[in-house]
Design a protein around this ligand. Sequence first.
Ligand SMILES: Nc1ncnc2c1ncn2[C@@H]1O[C@H](COP(=O)(O)OP(=O)(O)OP(=O)(O)O)[C@@H](O)[C@H]1O
Ligand SMILES: [Mg+2]
Length: 504
Amino acid sequence: MIRSLYGKLAFALFGLLALTGGLFMTIALWTTQRYLQEVNQKLHIDVADHLVKEVILIEDGEVNRPGLDHIFHMMMVINPGIEIYLLDPRGRILAFSAPPGRVKAEMVSLKPIHRFLSDRPPRLPLTGDDPRFPGQTRAFSAARIGGKDELQGYMYVVLGGERYSSVVQLLAGSHILRLGATALAAGLVLAAVVGLIAFALLTRRLRRLRAAMDAYENSGFLAPVDLTEFSKGHHGDELDDLGARFDRLARAMTQQLERAKSADVLRRQLVANVSHDLRTPLASLTAYLETLLLKDTVLPAEDRRRYVEVAYRHSQALEVLVAKLFELAKLEAKETKPSPDPFSFGELVQDIVQKFELLARERNVRLKTEIPRDLPFVYADLRLIERVLDNLLDNALRHTADGEVRLSLRGVPGGVQLEVADTGVGIPPEDLPFIFDRFYKAKGPGSDPTRGSGLGLAIAQRIATLHGSRIDVASRVGMGTRFRFCLGPPPVAPASTAASMHVA
Ligand SMILES: Nc1ncnc2c1ncn2[C@@H]1O[C@H](COP(=O)(O)OP(=O)(O)OP(=O)(O)O)[C@@H](O)[C@H]1O
Ligand SMILES: [Mg+2]
C-alpha cells in the first residue's frame, strides 16, 4: 500500500499515462486500418465495373469461361492481391480466381454489395464477406452483370491489402508507424519525468509543513513554529493558507498553554498568600481566646478586657481581609458588573474628603481639594469609584506624616481626571511596577509590611479597567506619590455641575 501523497500521485500519473498510451495506440490501430482500407477501396472503386465492361461474362445464363480466365489472368499479372468472384443474383459463387480449395464459402452476403451499388458515392470504407476466410470482411469493388431489366449476376472483387490483428503486427509492417510509436513512448516518458519532478516540488512544502508540525508537537506545543514561508503567502494557494492557519493555531495554542501555566503559578501564589494572610490574624485570635479560656478566673478584669479587645481587632481585620478577597475574586471573575450613572465627581470627592478628615488630622496631614467650576458630569458606578477613592486616600494618608495630600479634578478631552498626590515617603522604583499586583506591598523605607493586605490597588485598578480607564502612578522616594485616573462623560452629556474651586 502506498502511504505517501507523492507515491499516490506518482501512481495516479503512471496509470493515467498508461491509459492514455493504450487508448492512443488502439485508436491509431483502428484508424490506420480503416484508412488503409479506405484508400485501397478508393483506388479500386471502379475495378469491377471495368472488368464487366471488358468481357461478356454470362451469356444466356452460362458462364463465359474463356473470357473469365482471360480476366483472371490479367488481374493476376497486374495485382496478385486481388480476388475476383462471379456471383449469381442471389450471391452464390459461380466462379473465382483463387487457386482451387482456397475458397471456403459458397455464398456472399449481398447487403454490402447493394449498398456499394446504390449509394453514389458510397461511404468508404465499405467491407463485404471474404469467401476465403468466412466471418472476416474486406474492402471490395462490385458491379452488376446484365441489362437494366434482367440481372444475371455480380462481379465481386475482394481487394488485397494487409490485415493487422495487433499493434505489434501493425508496427512491424510500417517504419513510419514505428517512428510515431517511438515518439509517443518518448513523449509519455518525458511527461512521466516532468510529472514526477512537479509532484516532488509541490509536495515539498507539504513535507516541510509536516516537519514543522512534528517539531511543534515534540516541543510539547511550546516552541514557536517557523512557518513564515507559508504565512507570507508567496504562492497564494491552499498550502499557504493551510500553513498560515496552522501558524495561527499554533501561536494561539502556545499562548493558551503559557497562560494556563502562569494562571496555575498565580493560583498557587494566591493560595499561599491567602493562607498566610488569614493564618496570622487567625492564630493571634485563637491564642488570645485560648488564654482567656484557660486563665478566665485568675486574670484581672483589666487584662481580660484588653485580651477581648485585641481578639476583636483581629477578627475585624479578618473580616475586612475576607471581604476584600471576595471583592477581588468577583472582579477577576467578571461577576461585578458596573451600573453607571451620571454624577458629579466633585461632590463625590468632597464626601470622601469629609470621611477622611479625622484620620488626616491624626496624621497631621493637610487634606486639600482642587475642584474647578463647570466640570462636566462623569458616567460611572458611584459605589465602585468610591471604593477606588477610599483606597487611594487611605494609602496616601497612611504613607504621609506631617505633610499634604491633595485631591484635584481637571477637565480633559476624555472626561474628568482625578489626581491624588501626597508628600509622603514615596514608592521605590523597583516596587512601582508591581504595586497593582494583588498582595504586593512595597518594601521601601517607611513601609510597614504588617499593615494593609496589598489588595487595595489591585481592586482599584480592576474597577478602573471595568470603566475603560487605567490608574497611573508616579512616585519619588522621600518626595511623594501621585495617582491619576480618568472617568468618561455620560453618553448624552447633561448639564455640567457648577462646583466652585474648593481648597480645604
Ligand atoms: N501613596 C502611597 N505612598 C507610598 N506607598 C504607597 C502608596 N500607595 C500605595 N503604596 C504602596 O503600595 C502597596 C500596595 O498598596 P495597596 O493599596 O494595594 O495595599 P495596602 O494599602 O498595603 O493594603 P490594602 O489597601 O489592601 O489595605 C502598599 O503596600 C504600599 O507599599
Ligand atoms: Mg491600600
